[in-house]
Design a protein around this ligand. Structure first.
Ligand SMILES: [Zn+2]
Length: 471
């Protein structure tokens, strides 16, 4: 058989690929549980995006299956064994500040702009056309290949959980939802709340009652805004001066203002992804740093003390006695993403810990619990995603590396991440593209784009990868 010119074959089909991708990108498939139905658990639009892909597959002669709107697959090939390619059709909300409408895809200077262009609808369509290419070229396969598309990747991963409880686990697979060349190691995740109860108290005579302390919306983001409300009959002018001084000293933005019966203090930080909390500026931790210098009611003081003694300047778990690191994924990280305190009610901090491959999650939680007991707080709402690792000499790695090196002429370095991809839902799996080394990452940002040349290159790589794994 003559050698396949993968990229050339993709170019012959590029207009059709773009046409179908633009249609997929036009569906604003953001999680919307107000439009949930039994067949559309994550809302009407996400269901529409999944149906669009499955109808495409059916039209082109593939076997397809919609697994109750949680996920679906498009299948080709024959044989006992199964290869999986995992992508997702849901997207994060568009946010503000776009040059063109996020759900009206536009091409400018060789880039396709739209929410989902690189995360993860562009790669979904690339993987689909890769599979289609293998089919159209009549390449003989000894295994089956499934393009498995999830619908809840950006939120709670309910999709793949549901799917793999009902469908077969592939022998091995890859997910085009991160970086090229290959990501073989992913940190483990622990999301949890530390919760305490505060007693109703009144302001101390020469101090303040911490009536409220709030920051953050997502556990995996560094909060960029924090607010505290203080009640009392203390010296408001003095308090405001102290706030100003603190903000200046720490080069922070914020203010203090007097309202009806309280003083409101606002502190701004810098948002960042929770996998690298030290690269942002946590507004809540900074505000707590200020408040620890103020005389507060016992309950409020204890909450702030916990933050000070366990979380401030402790992005690598220093104050939680959780300093650990390996040479695969680096250091354990701690992101305190959501803060909620109301005097006289339950209070909590939501924390995301990302730990090295071989560490013991139970031990980590036990250590946190032990330390929280000193503040009469408990660990609740624990969500654990174990670390993920694929041995470098596994045939999956060898095959994907060979394909990547053959098509790009560049060495397939093996990477690791503090982020999480669908690869970890597979028994044996890795993340494989679509972002090429040195390219700008625009996932989850305004003006998200994929470079057209990269889209076609990725399609060619996926096509050969599918063929080599399933031949
Ligand atoms: Zn994604």
């Amino acid at each position: 058989m003559a050698e396949v010119q993968w990229l050339e074959e993709v170019y012959k089909r590029k207009d059709l690929l773009l046409t179908e991708l633009v249609k997929l990108l036009s569906i604003d498939s953001v999680l919307d549980e107000t439009t949930s139905e039994p067949s559309a658990p994550f809302g009407r639009k996400i269901a529409q995006a999944l149906s669009f892909m499955l109808e495409l597959g059916e039209r082109d002669g593939f076997k397809t299956r919609n697994v109750d709107g949680y996920a679906g697959h498009i299948e080709w090939g024959q044989g006992e064994e199964l290869i999986g390619v995992l992508t997702h059709v849901d997207v994060v909300p568009a946010g503000d500040g776009w040059t063109s409408h996020p759900f009206d895809p536009q091409i400018r200077e060789g880039k396709l702009y739209a929410r989902g262009a690189i995360d993860d609808k562009g790669p979904t369509m690339a993987a689909y056309f890769a599979l289609r290419l293998v089919k159209e070229l009549n390449l003989p396969l000894s295994k089956r290949v499934r393009l498995i598309m999830g619908c809840d990747e950006e939120s709670y991963w309910r999709c793949m959980k549901y799917y793999f409880e009902r469908e077969e686990m592939p022998l091995m697979g890859f997910t085009p939802d991160a970086d090229f060349p290959l990501i073989i190691a992913e940190k483990g995740f622990l999301d949890f709340k530390v919760v305490g109860e505060s007693q109703p108290t009144s302001p101390p005579l020469d101090g303040w009652l911490l009536a409220e302390f709030k920051a953050g919306q997502r556990v995996n983001m560094v909060p960029d805004y924090a607010v505290a409300k203080l009640v009392g009959s203390g010296d408001v002018f003095d308090l405001k001066m102290k706030v100003q001084e603190f903000l200046m000293d720490h080069q922070l933005k914020g203010f203090a203002e007097e309202a009806d019966d309280y003083v409101r203090i606002v502190c701004y930080g810098e948002a960042f992804h929770g996998s690298e909390p030290h690269k942002g500026r946590n507004a809540a931790l900074e505000l707590a740093r200020f408040l620890k210098g103020i005389r507060l009611d016992p309950s409020g003081a204890r909450y702030i003390q916990m933050i000070d003694e366990c979380l401030i300047d402790s992005f690598f778990g220093e104050k939680l006695s959780l300093e650990m690191e390996d040479d695969l994924v680096g250091k354990l990280t701690v992101n305190a993403g959501v803060f909620h305190y109301e005097s006289g009610k339950d209070h909590y901090v939501r924390i995301n810990v990302r730990y090295p491959i071989r560490e013991d999650a139970e031990q980590i939680i036990a250590q946190v619990e032990k330390q929280m007991a000193a503040y009469q707080m408990n660990v609740t709402d624990l969500d654990h995603k174990p670390a993920h690792y694929c041995e470098p000499d596994h045939p999956l790695i060898k095959t994907l590396a060979k394909v990547y090196e053959g098509q790009t002429g560049q060495k397939a370095e093996l990477l690791s991440t503090g982020g999480g991809t669908y690869a970890r839902t597979l028994k044996t799996g890795v993340a494989f593209g679509p972002l090429f080394p040195g390219k700008v990452e625009t996932a989850h940002q305004k003006d998200e784009f994929i470079e057209l040349e990269d889209l076609f290159k990725a399609t060619a790589i996926y096509a050969q990868a599918i063929y080599e794994l399933a031949k």
